[in-house]
Design a binder for this molecule. Structure first.
Ligand code: MN
Length: 319
């Protein structure tokens, strides 16, 4: 998916310290993505005071919606896009020649590195579109790597009585996703059974967050509604979850991302100039950096919004 916001706010993010175990709710923002169909998403990352959770720097929950997803060609740099559908199928095409349909339970992972363009279109006949689009920030020494795409149709599962967790990225306990990662991270899709109380082992030095997609959940003795992101900080070696009627939950975590990053539109960089250059390369159709995508016309490319009239510069997290 793209950040299609016509006037994206500057999202510059200072590296943050180690908060320790906390319990904070961060409200989702209802973001209209524009376009003729008026699709909108619920965005819980980045937050002004919480730019990242581990390397996770973007979290959009889209749908359930019957309007098909239509995200035409647009560029990315410095990040990975993680497409995780709950319902419906999405057709991905990109500028390194990938052409793949992703289905629920499968992962599309695109590593933008120095630059890639892609499109994501709901497959006709998929009645409902519902899922997540996430980004991870690439560490500075990896952010210029060659762009590539991978799809994982079979992902490992962490299980215990009352819980089934698909590990789509990184490691949960002793279960590791085959998807390529660039920092210590975890992303898992949890099904908590009705009446279950489970305790999941966590990596102590990671920070973690929980997003309830559906159902009722209590986490660390705190009721967690669907919608906001529950941020749990660092320094936890386990997480106890319970549900009366069952719950569908996303668990994200990772080593706190200590680098300053500048996020604007679909780019993650380190400086204003880097973002400005990527925008210019897209706008002038630099085919070395962003080759055309087979199956799309040039007219379908999404134009970059204007840069804000101020320099993109770091903003504090307030910890
Ligand atoms: Mn995208």
């Amino acid at each position: 998916m793209s950040n299609l916001d016509a006037h994206p706010a500057e999202q510059d993010c200072l590296a943050k310290g180690d908060p320790g175990p906390v319990i904070e709710f961060h409200e989702a923002r209802d973001v209209p993505l524009g376009g003729v169909r008026g699709v909108h998403v619920m965005r819980t990352l980045p937050q002004r005071v919480l730019p990242t959770v581990g390397a996770w720097c973007f979290l959009d929950h889209f749908g359930p919606q019957t309007t098909p997803m239509t995200v035409n060609p647009h560029p990315h740099i410095g990040l990975q896009t993680v497409t995780w559908p709950f319902e419906g199928e999405i057709h991905h095409r990109d500028s390194v020649g990938s052409d793949a349909v992703v289905r629920p339970g499968q992962l599309n992972l695109m590593t933008a590195g120095r630059g890639i363009a892609h499109s994501e279109i709901g497959v006709p006949g998929s009645p409902v579109g519902h899922g997540l689009q996430l980004w991870t920030a690439l560490p500075a020494d990896q952010r210029q790597i060659t762009p590539h795409f991978e799809q994982h149709q079979k992902l490992p599962v962490y299980e215990q009585p009352g819980l089934r967790a698909i590990v789509f990225l990184g490691t949960l306990d002793n279960v590791t996703s085959p998807a390529t990662t660039y920092s210590p991270i975890v992303g898992a899709d949890l099904t908590v059974n009705p009446g279950a109380e489970v305790t999941i082992p966590l990596t102590h030095y990671y920070e973690h967050a929980v997003l309830v997609i559906d159902g009722d959940l209590t986490a660390v003795d705190t009721p967690v509604p669907a919608g906001p992101l529950l941020y749990l900080g660092t320094g936890r070696s386990e997480l106890t979850l319970s549900s009366h009627g069952g719950a569908h939950v996303i668990l994200l975590g990772g080593e706190p991302f200590r680098e300053d990053i500048v996020m604007w539109w679909n780019f993650v960089g380190r400086t204003h100039e880097e973002i400005e250059e990527a925008r210019a390369d897209w706008e002038k159709r630099d085919l070395d950096r962003f080759p055309d995508i087979a199956g799309h016309t040039v007219e379908e490319r999404i134009p970059a919004p204007p840069l804000p009239g101020i320099r993109l510069k770091p903003r504090g997290r307030g910890r």
